[in-house]
Design a protein around this ligand. Structure first.
Ligand code: ADP
Ligand code: ADP
Length: 217
């Protein structure tokens, strides 16, 4: 199955993509994780991306395109969940063309809907394991007791000023993609508020629904 998990920063895409990976053998392809790894290793892509990520801006389309296409090809064009890609119309058009050329169209685009006040709470209390990239939330999903406190950090771009900019960028550049995928009959809106397990269940229902309607055609 090939899916794009869509939603604003902090909607729970990464959390849910990891559950789909662990339990349903879909590989998570998260451009944000790939970019952070490149920044940590100070590769040419990482150096180019740094100033954009730090300001909460999008990394240029052409840079992210190469990273995403490489990861999808490495995955033999199947059994993946894209998390954080595409984020612009240009990226969405490239993705559609790239997948079509490889006979691998998307099956569904679950879109996590979460109100802004919940997003701000989630991002301000998000914490990350600096080695594994595992994501936690101080109240709802705290780091396990056996994890060393020193390994748990706040992402620089989760600080309030940057969060505000990321949300504005999302509204301007990324949110219009909902319409792009709705027009292509791929979009399934999923309520992203509630327990992580409940949201996971809703995503599975959405994927089931997408498969049933594809079979009926
Ligand atoms: P979030 O978890 O808040 O949705 P990500 O970890 O997906 O954030 O992304 C972090 C940052 O990496 C983004 O703010 C942006 O600078 C960059 N980035 C990630 N994916 C993309 C993309 N598809 N296009 C452009 N920039 C991206
Ligand atoms: P995204 O990848 O969309 O930016 P994350 O998966 O990183 O979002 O989640 C953002 C924050 O919200 C993290 O701290 C995560 O632990 C927390 N979170 C994710 N899903 C839920 C949920 N259903 N309820 C409460 N907190 C959640």
């Amino acid at each position: 199955m090939r899916i794009v998990l869509f939603g604003p920063p902090g909607a729970g895409k990464g959390t849910q993509a990891r559950l789909l990976e662990e339990r349903h053998s879909l590989t998570q392809i998260a451009t944000g994780d790939i970019i952070r790894e490149a920044m940590k290793n100070e590769t040419p892509v990482g150096k180019e991306a740094k100033s954009y990520v730090e300001k909460g801006e999008l990394v240029p389309d052409s840079v992210v395109r190469k990273l995403a296409e490489q990861a999808i090809a490495d995955q033999d064009f199947d059994d993946f969940v894209l998390d954080g890609y595409p984020r612009t119309t240009q990226q969405a058009e490239w993705l559609t063309a790239f997948l079509e050329e490889n006979d691998a169209p998307l099956h569904a685009v679950p879109s996590l809907h979460v109100p802004d006040d919940v997003i701000v709470d989630r991002l301000s209390k998000r914490r990350m394991h600096k080695e594994t990239g595992d994501t936690y939330h101080l109240d709802h999903n705290p780091p396990p007791a056996d994890v060393d406190d020193d390994m748990i950090i706040q992402r620089d771009d989760d600080r309030p000023e940057t969060v505000r900019n990321r949300l504005a960028v999302y509204r301007d550049e990324t949110e219009p993609l909902e319409e792009y995928y709705r027009e292509r009959d791929l979009l399934v809106v999923v309520n992203g508020v509630g327990d992580i397990e409940d949201v996971h269940g809703r995503i599975l229902d959405a994927l089931e629904q997408a498969q049933t309607s594809a079979r009926a055609e």
